[in-house]
Design a protein. Structure first.
Length: 306
C-alpha cells in the first residue's frame, strides 16, 4: 500500500443558478420597496373596508411590472454596465444569462403583471403599469446617455407604484394616490444624488450623463438635494392641508422631512463620502417610516374619537 500523502479534493465553484441570476435582474430590494409602496397606495384607496388579500394581490402584480422594468433596463444597459465597477458582474454582462432569455423573462413579468391588474382589478391600473414600463425602459434608460434630465424623467415612473396601487383598488386616482406620487417623486432626488455622487467615477467611465459625474459639477448634487428636500416638506403636508391626515401624520411628516432636509443641507455644505452615505441612509429610513406613519394616523384618530 502506498504511503504517499493524499491530495486534497479540489472544490469547484458551482455556477450560479438560473433563479439567482433572475433575482439579480429584478433587483429584489427595489422590487420590495415597490411592493410596499403599492400596498400602502392600495390600502389607502380601499379605506377601512379594504380587503387585505386584494391589496396584497394588487401590490404583487405591480411588483411584477416593476421587476420587468428592471429586466429591460439591464438588457438595454449591458454595454455600459460592463464599464462600471458596481455592475460589471451582472449576469448579462458576464454572459451567465443569455439576452434572449432575459427578454423572455422581462416580457413574461410584464404580461403577468399587466394582465393580472387588468383581469382582477381594472384596465386603468393595467394601462398605467404598461406606461410605467415604457417610460422607465424606453425613455429614461436611453436618456441616461444623452442628458442629465434623465433623473427627472426617471423619477416619474419611479413614483408610480403607490399610484398604481391606488388605481387598482379604486378604479380611479385622486387624493392619496396623487399625494403619494408627489412625495415619492420629490423623495427620489436627494436619494439619487447621494448614489450618483458616490458612484460618479463609475458613471463617468460609462459616459452616462449623471449630474455629479460631469466635469465642473462640484456642488450641484448637494444643491439639487436641498432644493428637492425643501420641496418635499410642503408636498408631504398636503394631506394635512386637505384634512385627510391628522396629528400623528403631521408630526411624523415634519420630523422625517426635517431630518431628510438636514442631511441634504449637510451634504451640500461639503460633498464627501460620509455625508453622501448619511444622506442615502436617511432616504432609506424616510420612506418606510413615512408609510408606517401614514397607516398609523387613521388608527390613532379612530381610537381617540371612540
Amino acid at each position: 500500500m502506498s504511503n504517499a500523502p493524499r491530495r486534497p479534493l479540489e472544490t469547484v465553484a458551482e455556477p450560479p443558478s438560473l433563479l439567482a441570476e433572475c433575482l439579480v435582474l429584478v433587483r429584489p430590494r427595489i422590487a420590495t420597496l415597490v411592493v410596499l409602496a403599492a400596498f400602502v397606495g392600495g390600502l389607502l384607496a380601499g379605506g377601512t373596508g379594504a380587503e387585505l388579500g386584494r391589496v396584497v394581490e394588487a401590490a404583487l402584480w405591480i411588483g411584477c411590472v416593476a421587476a420587468s422594468s428592471s429586466v429591460f433596463n439591464q438588457i438595454l444597459e449591458r454595454e455600459t454596465d460592463a464599464r462600471m465597477e458596481r455592475t460589471r458582474m451582472r449576469p448579462l454582462v458576464t454572459g451567465t444569462l443569455r439576452v434572449r432569455d432575459a427578454i423572455f423573462f422581462g416580457t413574461f413579468l410584464a404580461a403577468v403583471g399587466t394582465l393580472g391588474l387588468a383581469r382582477n382589478f381594472n384596465l386603468l391600473s393595467a394601462l398605467l403599469g404598461l406606461a410605467t414600463i415604457f417610460a422607465y425602459a424606453l425613455v429614461y434608460t436611453p436618456l441616461k446617455r444623452v442628458s442629465t434630465l434623465n433623473t427627472a424623467v426617471g423619477a416619474l415612473p419611479g413614483a408610480m407604484p403607490p399610484l398604481l396601487g391606488y388605481a387598482a383598488l379604486s378604479g380611479e386616482v385622486h387624493s392619496w394616490g396623487w399625494y403619494l406620487f408627489a412625495i415619492l417623486f420629490a423623495w427620489q432626488f436627494p436619494h439619487f444624488m447621494a448614489i450618483a455622487w458616490l458612484h460618479r467615477e463609475d458613471y463617468a467611465r460609462a459616459d452616462l450623463k449623471m449630474l455629479p459625474a460631469l466635469p465642473g459639477s462640484e456642488g450641484l448634487a448637494g444643491r439639487q438635494a436641498v432644493v428637492y428636500g425643501l420641496f418635499l416638506v410642503p408636498v408631504s403636508l398636503l394631506p394635512v392641508l386637505t384634512g385627510e391626515a391628522g396629528l400623528v401624520y403631521s408630526v411624523g411628516a415634519l420630523v422625517l422631512g426635517g431630518a431628510y432636509l438636514a442631511a441634504s443641507v449637510a451634504f451640500s455644505r461639503r460633498e464627501d463620502e460620509r455625508r453622501a452615505r448619511s444622506l442615502l441612509l436617511t432616504s432609506l429610513v424616510y420612506l418606510p417610516v413615512l408609510f408606517i406613519v401614514i397607516l398609523a394616523d387613521p388608527v390613532v384618530r379612530f381610537a381617540l374619537a371612540s
